[in-house]
Ligand binder design. Sequence first.
Ligand code: ADP
Length: 344
Amino acid sequence: MTTVNIISLNKTYPNKPMPVLKDFSLSIRDGEMVALLGPSGMGKSTLLKLITGIERPDSGDIQFDGSSILNIDPNKRGAVLMFQKSYLFPFLTVEENIGFGLKVQRTSSQTIRTEVKRMLDLIGLLGIERRKPGRLSGGEQQRVALARALVTNPKLLLLDEPLSSLDTEARMNLQEAIRTIQRELGVTTIFVTHDLGEAMAMSDRMALLLNGEVVALDKPENLFHRPRSLAAARFMGVSTFLSGNPLKVQDEAGGFVSRIANPTYEKIFAIRPEHIRVQKDGCGQSLPGVVSDCVFRGEYVEYLVAVGETSVRARMSMPAPMFPHGAQVFVKFPKEYLFEVIGN
Ligand code: ADP
């Protein structure tokens, strides 16, 4: 079991002017699953390459249980990587694929058999050990890839968008399977994804990576409900920002700024789209607006309402009213759901 400390990593690729990782630090507890979340091109895969030893950092350190791994051979670091594609050997059976790493380590065939069986049991694939990868579904292939990664008892499991090529059902099944297995084995894990829902469903903590830096690190529920910065809030799906005094703002259209809250204002308050109310009648704490879009999405209705100069996105779960384009409505920002964010 492993504690991972990533300390002030810097990495610039030789042919690129801008650093990919800037003073990047992250500590991961023993047995924890941390989701590394961020748009593509933000350096997530680069971090995994630095951990596995495919690339070297310009400066900084990576430590497992307090000891640097930077001078250890990549194949002796104990970090295993699982990708979007399973990369199974097509000519080997499921069993042989899973046992491959142990065979390379010259483990006895009796131990390999026992360990492979344990893994097959764990990933719920007992009975298909003699099949070749070509006869497995995408989800089954990823399960085998997971078993192959875990059979060597790694110190750190690195998952690089392992579910993004799967359809929704296989994806949900595998999300649950990975989480259960990861907990059961207690293996420290970094899970890279650009999918917010997946990161929230699977991780103990989420690290939000923007422009080579961790801009937020917290439990999914805290980051979702109370992101501390404007950038983190935007990434978490917040698009309405109010400036000034949250009590005043609800009465005065003039005090209301949305989307791009001006950072020169002293205080910026944010509100999640599902906490904004769109209603036919006004009340003391609402602002008049005009519906520019109203979309039925099954479990909820999404509204785009022009309030003054700005456009407010709201989401109300069913049953919720539908309004035609151009309808006059009132938008309410319940003050108990307003939270303060810092400007960057
Ligand atoms: P992410 O995984 O978040 O999508 P990456 O780590 O793959 O991000 O890439 C971050 C940036 O580094 C991108 O601009 C990418 O083009 C660049 N990059 C990645 N690998 C290399 C490389 N080997 N040489 C040069 N630039 C690279």
